[in-house]
Write a protein that binds this ligand. Structure first.
Ligand code: SF4
Length: 402
């Protein structure tokens, strides 16, 4: 039986193979998968501590030249609500964060065509000058690659410059599914799978740790998810630079998308973008901006009105990741995308961290799907589930029992 076979492997410290992971994905016995995940969690983190971190989220710009089909946050430069935060605005946000007791910021933004290395170095240095103890968790691989290309500097050079200017660690965003066939559908202008991995490897080689993520529940299949996990496991074997794995689900936009109402955009050729505002063409352009990914999903679920994957799929995927990723100590439940109740359940499916409380989360909220909880609620949820809450630092080095 599958449970005995996988359990024996876990207990012997043997790695499960891709076909084992596929068998688990194909099983409907979600509780069995949860039991196996908890056995794997127990080997890697024996205590019952469940951690969380408090971040100030700062999205320095919403201007982005990428065209991710799921993104309701990005704008083009001509949009009336496009912005780039000033250094003073960023300082103000950090000061406010310190009042509520955090010394960690998550700094991410769109791929702005005009922001080059000098902009980012000044930003990092300014933050470090005024807030020397601030942990700066910043710039996902697509941003680093974009800045490298925009500034004509190699990725290694960008990471070195960022590190010298105060960068502490890198968020694992922009991974989506690390299979190029899928990426071409959901994020046609974002970095490839091998580029994402290359940026992470170069960061890890310079001692800069990062998290790893996966956004699933779109058009990928189980094999794609396993490929994603396999690539992460392989890189972690070599660098040991990932602190945690954070899976979350594709978030359909529930609010009217800005793009298409004020400024139309669509892809021409391979990389070229057109920005137009001709209202006569609105319907046609609206069609053009909806990705194949989205159309497929909507067609698939047209009769049921279903636009996102289920809680069972989320919990199963998180649990299989816990079992498969035997070289990751921490698996993080996504409070922001799944909500407090599912995040609480995820603790029985292998998660040992309940994500982050983010001041001013903008990206998921732009899609109309963001859940928030106060620190007190989060502590309550962890205790109610029978675990011991602890506030941690970004790199999982320090825990403060609460
Ligand atoms: S997800 Fe990120 S890279 Fe993609 S369009 Fe939105 S801001 Fe740009």
């Amino acid at each position: 039986m599958i449970e005995e076979r996988i359990k024996a492997k876990i207990e012997k410290g043997e790695r499960i193979a891709e076909h084992d992971a596929l068998e688990l994905f194909q099983s409907d016995d979600i509780l069995m998968i949860g039991r196996l995940a908890q056995a794997a969690r127990g080997l890697r983190k024996a205590d019952r501590v469940v951690s969380y971190v408090l971040y100030r989220n700062i999205n320095y710009t919403n201007v982005c030249i990428s065209m991710c089909s799921f993104c309701a946050f990005s704008r083009n430069m001509k949009d009336s609500d496009a912005y780039v935060l000033t250094t003073e605005e960023i300082r103000e946000k950090i000061r406010a964060a310190m009042v509520v007791g955090t010394n960690a910021i998550l700094l991410q933004g769109g791929l702005h065509p005009d922001c080059k290395i000098d902009f980012f170095i000044e930003l990092l240095k300014t933050i470090k000058d005024e807030f020397p103890d601030m942990h700066i968790h910043a710039f996902s691989p697509p941003e680093i690659l974009h800045i490298a290309r925009n500034s004509n500097i190699a990725v290694e050079g960008i990471i070195e410059l960022f590190k010298d200017a105060g960068l502490s660690s890198i968020p694992g965003g922009g991974a989506e599914i690390l299979v190029d066939e899928i990426r071409r559908e959901v994020s046609p202008l974002k970095c490839t799978a091998s580029e994402w991995l290359m940026v992470m490897e170069k960061a890890h080689m310079q001692g800069v740790k990062s998290s790893a993520t996966m956004m699933f529940g779109g058009i990928e299949n189980y094999t794609d998810r396993i490929m994603h996990l396999s690539l992460l496991r392989e890189l972690q074997d070599r660098t040991k630079g990932f602190t945690a794995f954070i899976p979350w689900t594709y978030q359909p936009n529930r609010e009217e998308r800005h793009r298409g109402t004020e400024a139309q955009r669509h892809k021409v050729g391979n990389n070229e973008l057109l920005f137009e505002t001709d209202p006569l063409d609105l319907k046609m352009k609206e069609e053009a901006k909806i990705s194949t990914c989205r159309r497929l999903r909507e067609m698939e679920h047209a009769n049921q009105g279903i636009t996102e994957t289920s809680a069972v799929d989320y919990l199963k995927t998180l649990a299989i990741a816990r079992i498969y990723l035997d070289n990751f100590i921490h698996i993080e439940a996504s409070l922001v995308t799944q909500g407090p109740k599912i995040a609480q359940l995820a603790l029985e499916f292998g998660a040992d961290d309940i994500g982050s409380i983010m001041m001013e989360e903008n990206v998921v909220r732009a899609a109309g799907n963001s859940y928030i909880a106060t620190e007190a609620e989060l502590i309550y949820l962890i205790k109610e589930a029978g675990y011991i809450p602890a506030k941690r630092d970004v790199l999982y080095n320090q825990y403060t029992m609460v």
